[in-house]
Design a binder for this molecule. Structure first.
Ligand code: ATP
Ligand code: MG
Length: 331
C-alpha cells in the first residue's frame, strides 16, 4: 500500500514580526517546499497542505498517512507547536519533534533552564521581562541580548552584543517592544562557532559532520558572529568548513553535548544545534527543532552532503527515520 504524505507549508507573508526579516524568510520557504514536494513525489503520493486557519478541514479531507511539516506556525505563543498539536488531535503521524520539544526549543530561555538541570553546558544567562532588571552579579560582559522566542537570526544584529549596562538596557527595551517577551541575556562566548545536524532518534541518532562557521573575513563593522545580515547577505564572506578541523576529543565533546541537548528537550527525527567553544568547552547556544532545509543553502543540507548524503537522500532519510519511529512507538 502506498503511503500518502501531506507536505504542510506556510502561507507566504505571514507577518510574525513586521521587519525586513519576514520578507527574506518567505523566499526560503517556497524553494524548500517545492524541492521537497518534487522529491517525495517520486516515491509517495504527496499532497500540499497550506497551514492556515482552515488546516483542520484540509487535513481531514486529505486522508494522509504521514505529515511532513514545514510550517513554523501561524501566529502567537509556541507557534512551532501549532501544527503538531493539530496533527496530534487528529491522530495523524508526523515527521519531526512533538509539541513540547518545539515549544521548548523555540523558547531559548526555557531550553536553557532544562539544559542547566541536565548539566548540559550553555552560556550563563538571565531572563529579562523588563528592560531594567537587576543584572545578576555573576554575569560577565560582553553579553548578548536576544529575543528568547525567535529563530532565523530575527533580532540578532551587531548591537546585540553589549559591553555595559546602559547598552544592555537599551537593547533589552528595543527587543521587548519588537518581539514576544522575554528577552534572553547571556554571556557572549568569544570562541569558535559550530553547527551540528542530528537525524534520527535514540541509539540510531546520526550526528552529521560538524560544520565550523568562521567569521574571520567578515568586516568588523558587521560583527563577527551570525547576525541576520551576516547570515543573509554576507554568506560569501562567511567560511563554512565541513568537516570542521577539530581534535578527536573536541569533536566527541561537541557531539555528546549536542546529543544530550537533543534528548533533554525531547527532540525527534531532525534538529540542528548551534555551539560555541571556549577553552575547549562546548556551549550549547540553541537547538533548532525545525531547521531550514533549503537545498544547497541550509547548513543541514551542506553537512549531509559532506557525509555523502545528497539532498534527496536526506529527505528520504528523515522520512524513513520518522516512519521507523512511528511504527515503533505509535507516536
Ligand atoms: N551566547 C553567545 N555567545 C556567542 N555567540 C552567540 C551567543 N548567542 C548567540 N550568538 C551568536 O548569534 C548567532 C545567532 O544566535 P541564535 O542561534 O541564538 O539565534 P537564532 O536566530 O535562533 O539563530 P538561527 O538562525 O540558527 O535560528 C549565533 O549563531 C552566534 O553567532
Ligand atoms: Mg542559531
Amino acid at each position: 500500500m502506498s503511503c500518502r504524505i501531506g507536505l504542510i507549508y506556510d502561507k507566504l507573508s505571514v507577518k510574525i514580526v513586521d521587519t525586513i526579516e519576514t520578507k527574506y524568510t518567505d523566499g526560503q520557504k517556497k524553494v524548500t517546499k517545492d524541492a521537497i514536494y518534487d522529491i517525495l513525489n517520486r516515491k509517495y503520493e504527496v499532497v500540499k497542505i497550506l497551514a492556515d486557519e482552515k488546516i483542520i478541514e484540509y487535513l481531514i479531507e486529505s486522508k494522509i498517512d504521514l505529515a511532513f511539516n514545514l510550517s513554523t506556525g501561524i501566529r502567537g505563543e509556541s507557534r512551532q507547536s501549532q501544527i503538531p498539536s493539530i496533527l496530534e488531535m487528529l491522530g495523524i503521524s508526523y515527521v519531526g519533534s512533538g509539541i513540547l520539544a518545539h515549544a521548548l526549543a523555540l523558547d531559548k530561555s526555557m531550553a536553557k533552564q532544562i539544559f542547566t538541570y541536565h548539566n548540559i553546558s550553555t552560556p550563563a544567562f538571565q531572563i529579562f521581562h523588563t528592560h531594567n532588571e537587576q543584572l545578576n552579579a555573576h554575569l560577565k560582559f560582553p553579553l548578548i541580548v536576544k529575543p528568547a522566542c525567535e529563530g532565523s537570526g530575527y533580532g540578532i544584529h551587531k548591537d546585540s552584543v553589549v559591553y555595559n549596562k546602559k547598552d544592555l538596557e537599551k537593547k533589552a527595551e528595543e527587543l521587548l517592544q519588537k518581539y514576544r517577551p522575554p528577552v534572553l541575556v547571556e554571556e557572549f562566548i568569544e570562541g569558535r562557532e559550530f553547527t551540528v545536524g542530528i537525524i534520527g532518534n535514540g541509539m540510531d541518532k546520526i550526528i552529521l559532520p560538524i560544520m565550523e562557521i568562521n567569521f574571520d573575513d567578515i568586516p568588523e563593522k558587521y560583527g563577527k558572529f551570525n547576525t541576520f545580515i551576516v547570515k543573509t547577505e554576507l554568506e560569501e564572506q562567511t567560511k563554512f568548513i565541513c568537516p570542521a578541523q577539530v581534535s578527536v576529543a573536541l569533536e566527541q565533546a561537541i557531539k555528546d553535548e549536542v546529543s544530550r541537548a537533543f534528548d533533554a528537550l525531547g527532540c525527534r527525527d531532525i534538529s540542528r544545534a548551534d555551539i560555541r567553544v571556549k577553552n575547549n568547552q562546548p556551549y550549547v547556544i540553541e537547538i533548532n527543532s525545525l531547521p531550514g532545509l533549503k537545498p544547497g543553502y541550509s547548513d543541514l543540507t551542506k553537512m549531509a552532503l559532506e557525509a555523502g548524503v545528497a539532498y534527496d537522500d536526506l529527505i528520504f532519510m528523515i522520512v524513513d527515520n520518522a516512519m521507523k519511529r512511528t511504527k515503533q512507538t505509535k507516536l
